[in-house]
Design a protein around this ligand. Structure first.
Ligand SMILES: [Ca+2]
Ligand SMILES: [Ca+2]
Length: 217
């Protein structure tokens, strides 16, 4: 089973292709042994660096309300995630080295739980020489729903940054690969879906979607 669709993304568009993989009972990881979408010939990982958390985060009322990271070192863009209430929101901003916003405040999630935000990663995902960012935000839940995440991809463009929020299970920088060797990322998104009569008895399968970046028209 395969499907394709296009997601507008500013100067880039994401073309979506999905392929079903075999069911695996263990949900400890989105890529259980034998169920990886690339188990036969794993592609190259996109080179990404872990961002560095800035010490002494700002606080409000004795409770930390902000996560702050540097992309690579002290003299590099600053990634900020703010926790806000009424309404509950996580807000992402990115500042350049002069403190100017290169990504204005942008909602990430409709909850305000900072521990649900993973460490950002930086790297050039669309091969334009400008830094891009990956961030995982947990959506929470019980049982296998605990794996529900949003993969957040912040892509550079000529006019600024575009934020793509993509539902997946077990978001991880290992999901950022280069399957065709063109230097541009392909993004693996994972889900567990139910299939029915088309395959006989109903069962659940892993579905891996592979997103490709294409220049906008
Ligand atoms: Ca880039
Ligand atoms: Ca590629």
């Amino acid at each position: 089973m395969r499907s394709r669709e296009t997601i507008p993304s500013g100067s880039t568009a994401i073309v979506l292709a999905s392929a079903l993989m075999a069911w695996c009972a263990a949900l400890a990881h989105a890529y259980p042994p034998g169920c990886s979408p690339f188990s036969a010939d794993p592609p190259s990982q996109m080179p990404m660096q872990t961002c560095i958390q800035v010490l002494n985060p700002e606080t409000a009322g004795g409770t930390s309300s902000r996560l702050t990271y540097r992309a690579t070192a002290t003299n590099s863009p600053m990634i900020i995630v703010d926790s806000r209430a009424q309404p509950d929101r996580l807000i992402l901003s990115i500042l350049d080295t002069d403190g100017r916003a290169i990504l204005p405040p942008t909602p990430l999630a409709d909850h305000n739980i900072l521990p649900y935000v993973g460490i950002p990663y930086s790297g050039d995902l669309n091969a334009d020489g400008k830094m891009d960012y990956f961030l995982a935000v947990s959506m929470g839940g019980c049982g296998s729903a605990a794996l529900y995440d949003d993969t957040v991809i912040i892509l550079s463009s000529e006019s600024g940054y575009n934020v793509n929020i993509l539902p997946t299970m077990g978001a991880d920088p290992a999901d950022l690969v280069d399957t065709d060797g063109d230097g541009m990322v392909e993004i693996v998104l994972t889900s567990s879906i139910s299939i029915g009569e088309e395959f006989g008895a109903e069962e659940r399968v892993w579905a891996f979607r592979i997103l490709h970046l294409e220049p906008s028209r």
